[in-house]
Design a protein around this ligand. Sequence first.
Ligand code: GLC
Length: 549
Amino acid sequence: MTVPAEHPHDEWWRRAVIYQVYPRSFADSTGDGVGDLRGIRARLPQLAELGIDAVWLSPIFLSPQKDAGYDVADYRAIDPLFGTLDDADALVAEAHRLGLRVIFDLVPNHTSDQHEWFRAALAAGHGSPERERYIFRDGRGERGELPPNNWQSIFGGAAWSEVPGEPGRWYLHLFDSSQPDLNWHDPGVRSDFLDVLRFWLDRGVDGFRVDVAHGMIKADGLPDYTPREGTGSMGGTDGTGEIERPPYWGQDGVHEIYREWRAMLDAEYSGRVLCGEAWVEPISRLADWVRPDEMHQTFNFAYLETAWDAAAVRRVIDESIAAFSAVGAPSTWVLSNHDVVRHATRLSLTGDNPQGDGIARSTPGLPDEDQGIARARAATALMLALPGSAYIYQGEELGLPEALDLPDDSRADPTWFRTKGEKFGRDGCRVPIPWEADAPSFGFGPTDASWLPQPESWRRFARDAQAGDPASTLEMYRAALRIRRERRLHDGDIEWIDAPSGCLAFRSAGTTVVTNFGDAAVPVPAGDVLLASGSIDGGLAPDTTVWLG
Ligand code: GLC
C-alpha cells in the first residue's frame, strides 16, 4: 500500500511498530513482585534500542485489580501498585526523550464497582439520576428473581448481578461482576470521558488504546441472545464463517462516540491517536471503526486469529489491505497480546483454542516448544514485512511461549474463578518476563517475587542470554525492525509472486519475502539474504521466513 500524498509521513501511526507493555509483568522496581512505572522507565532505553516507535501501556489507573486494572476506580489517578502521577509524567517524558510515543489504555465500556459513580448509584437508589450512568434493570420472573435477559458474561456466568440488598433489581456487567457497564446514552458519562481524555492528553500522552471499543452501546430493549456454538467469547464467526451479531457488540451507536473524540483530537491535539480494540468481523465491517472521522487504527484480530496456513494468511492480508485502504486507514497487524495464547505456542496448537479460554499442560495438542518458536519467528518476520502498523506484545521478542504450568492457586484471571476452574483464562501469557538469566526473578525485579511464578525453563529466554547472538529471537526482532525501517517496508505495496509449493511469496518495497508454511524444505530463491527467521543452510526449511534484497 503506497501512502497517498494526502497522508503526510508525520502521521506516525500509519507505520508505527507499537510495543505493548503489560505493566504488572514488565519490570518491578520495588521487589514486591508486581511491575511498576519506575521499572518500565528504567527499561525504556532497551525498548528504544529494539527499534520500536511507541509503547502502549495496559491500564495503570486506580483499580481494585479484579481484572488486572481493566476495572478502573478513578480514570485520573495512578494505582499506587504502579506508582504515582509523577512517575507517570516522568515515564512519558523519558519515552519522549528517547523518541518513543506513549499510548495509555482507556476502559470506557465499564468502570470498577469501586468507582465513585457506581458507589453513588448504589447509594442513591432506584430511579435516581446516579443509576442512569449504568445499566440497571428490574429482573424477570414473579419477583424479579431472574436476570433481565439471558446475556452471559465474557468471563463466564450471567452478565447480570443483583443489586446488593435490593432483590429483583439487577445491573449489567459484560465482564466480571466488579465491572458494571456504563450507560453511554447518559450525557454526563460522555462529557466526563472527554475530560478524562483531555486530562491525559494535556500531560503529553500520545493517544489511547480504547478497550472494548465495540461494546459501549447495547441494542435497544436489551434483547435475549444466544451465541452459536463455537463462537469466541468476544464475538466473531461460529467456525462456519457465519458472522455473529450479538446485541452488545458492534452496535451503530458506538461510532458517534468516536466521532466526538476524533473531532476533539483533530481540533486540539493533532498527532494524538485512538486505537480501537474492536472484535468485529468481517474486516470490511471492522474498517468502519477507522473511517476518516473515527479512530486512527484498530487491532486486526482477524489476522491474529488466522491459522498457520498459506492460503488463509494470504486471504487475510488481501482482505485487510483492501478494507483498510478503502477508508484511508493503515492496516494493522498483531499476533499476540495479554488476552490470547502467546503465538509461540498458539500457532502450533492442533486442538481448539477459543479466545480467552487459555491452555495449560493438560490441554491436548500442545506443540513441541522449539517447533512453536520456529513458527512464531517465521510468522513475526512475515508480519513485520507487511505495510502499515504492527503491534508487538512484551516478551514475544524473546520468543516466550505460553506458561503452561501455573499452579492453580496462583491464577488471577476472572475467567478462572467465574468458570470454577473449567477455563484456565489468560494468565499463561501474562507471566513476568525474563531480563537476566542469572538474577533473582530473572531480573524482573530485585527479589525473587513474581506475582505469577516464572517457569524455570525461561532462563534460556532471558534478554541478556540472547543479546548479541545473531541466531536469537531478540536479534531477529531487532534486525527485522531495522530493515523494515531502512527499506520502508511499512510503505510497501504487496505484489504476490510465484512461490514454491507450500510457500507464500511477495514483493514489497524492493524486497522479496518468502514464508514456508509447508512440511518440506524448498530452495531459497535468488537474492541477497537480508533476514532469515531460521537457518537456511539446507534450503528454506518449514516454518521459516526469509527476506531477500
Ligand atoms: C479487553 C481487555 C481485557 C479485559 C476486557 C475487559 O478485552 O483487553 O484484558 O479483560 O477488555 O475490560
